[in-house]
Design a protein around this ligand. Sequence first.
Ligand code: SAM
Length: 219
Amino acid sequence: MGPHPLWLLEELCEHMDLKPGMKVLDMGCGKGLTSVFLAKEFGVTVFANDLWISATDNLRRFEDAGVADKVFPIHAEAHALPYAAGFFDAAISIDSYHYYGTDEMYFPCTYAKLVKPGGQFGIAVPGLVREYEKGYPDTLEEYWDEDMFTFHSKEWWRNLWEKTGIVEITACYEVEDPKGIWMPWAEWSETHRGSNEVKFLNADTNNDLALIIMSAVKK
Ligand SMILES: C[S@@+](CC[C@H](N)C(=O)[O-])C[C@H]1O[C@@H](n2cnc3c(N)ncnc32)[C@H](O)[C@@H]1O
């Protein structure tokens, strides 16, 4: 449903310490590819939480993948999550956190509470190499959509979490070759949904677009 989620997850997991039996929130899991990968690769128990995709459809996918005993599909909105505080050992989110997590209150008042002390957070989000006063570089003006105002720099993301004092940031950087990771999705999206995503990526002639990885540990 976006820039290759498994490539991004593999990169993110380089900075996380996931062990069998841990409880992991896959926030905004979409069709749950990342949830299946987490269960199979690390032996963790996954709560595959999404809004746009039905939990029943995801259950079928988890059954087909043979992980329905380890991956639980949940349909819940980011501001109304049904989990106890301190329930998770880790919360990861691939190409999703920017939809709800740019609000200054979201991390300290909601998301951070879900993970126990010493637990881990990891996100991969689309963003920009630097901040622009008007929100985006001139090169992208023609294809810029309202929801892209959630695209920010790695420094912006680090500051959003670091200033809360709740976590220590363990990694925050731009993935190499972001367009190589983004393009297969853009091509699919242009072919099957008539989107402008390939044109959008090709318009980025100054390489201002980024895919940002950030991980943190709760103090
Ligand atoms: C671009 S898709 C990415 C899905 C998947 N992680 C992937 O990489 O293929 C973004 C996901 O974020 C979820 N999402 C967006 N806003 C949300 C919200 N307010 N609460 C919960 N999930 C949300 C959507 O349901 C959607 O599946």
